[in-house]
Write a protein that binds this ligand. Structure first.
Ligand code: BJW
Length: 235
């Protein structure tokens, strides 16, 4: 019988769409210090710097060259074809899984094309730069918007729903993540006693030995191939 599936994705799945990862040699953390741009303390200390960091990344998403790739599309195909629930949990904030057609999707580290109001806590669609003049469309407050992303020290989103799906799953697939950021990094340990765990990554990670099966190569090659085998296995 087809098992319920939980898929965890990270920056590596979007790398071939032209979006930088974090910890690879040419990644974002090679050019920016985490303490300067990805903590609530950094935002309190220097909001302009943090907004510039996210404004530039948000602007990149409007570039027509940035499109979902074959790996994003394969996961949307899997969700549509699989006879049991498939939950896609992504650490990415780029919106590419939704654009590829995935629907049962949790962006656990937020969404770059949304803004959150520090006044009314409303979350709104936001495509442009956030500036000190930006007004919250929900409450009208000016200069109170922040990127709707999860920084270090903040609670990732929808953890209860993620935990419930992990508890039920029989197959866990981790794709394009270095497994260095918790709680996402801890998921394989939580489920490996109950679910078959598969890692798909460009190369081995520190956590590879925790998985029952691993395939290494570019996501646009290994993810569609794995998905096709999986769909064929239940047909
Ligand atoms: C390819 C490829 C190709 C390349 N094809 N592959 C112990 C336990 C629990 C928590 C902690 C702990 N110790 C410390 C903590 C706290 C902290 C933490 O984890 N710190 C670590 C540094 C140790 N965690 C937190 O603060 C989190 N909150 C929290 O824990 O709340 C309490 C809580 C506890 C328990 C349960 C519930 C709650 C919040 C973390 C927020 C992370 N935020 C960021 C920024 C988000 C916004 C933004 O995008 O700017 O999220 S940091 C950054 O790292 C981003 C990513 O989502 C995240 C993960 O990175 P990812 O995706 O793995 O990317 P890379 O670059 O690391 O790896 C890329 C991989 O792709 C590589 O493996 C490549 O090989 C591969 N690759 N090209 C296939 N073409």
């Amino acid at each position: 019988m087809a098992p319920p599936i939980v898929i965890l994705t990270g920056a590596g799945i979007s790398q071939e769409s032209g979006i930088a990862t974090f910890r690879d040699a040419d990644g974002l953390w090679a050019r920016h210090r985490i303490e300067d741009v990805a903590t609530p303390e950094a935002f309190a200390r220097n909001p302009d710097l943090v907004q510039r960091f996210y404004n530039a990344r948000r602007a990149q998403l409007l570039d027509p060259a940035i499109q979902p790739n074959a790996a994003h599309l394969a996961l949307a195909r899997l969700e549509a074809a699989w006879p049991a629930p498939v939950l896609l949990v992504t650490q990415n904030i780029d919106g590419l899984h939704a654009r590829a057609g995935s629907r049962n999707l949790i962006p656990m580290h937020g969404e770059l094309q949304k803004a959150r109001c520090l006044g009314c806590e409303g979350v709104v669609d936001w495509q442009q730069d956030i500036t000190p003049q930006s007004a919250c469309p929900a409450c009208g407050a000016v200069g109170r918007l922040r990127p709707h992303v999860v920084w270090f020290g903040e609670m990732p989103l929808q953890m209860e729903r993620i935990q419930a799906a992990l508890y039920e799953c029989g197959l866990f697939i981790s794709i394009g993540t270095s497994g260095q950021v918790y709680p996402a990094a801890g998921m394989v340990r939580e489920v490996r006693g109950q679910a078959r765990c598969v890692e798909l990554n460009l190369e081995e990670t520190e956590g590879t030995a925790l998985f029952h099966e691993a395939h290494h190569g570019p996501a646009t090659q290994i993810v569609p191939a794995f998905v096709e085998r999986l769909i064929a296995s239940c047909g």
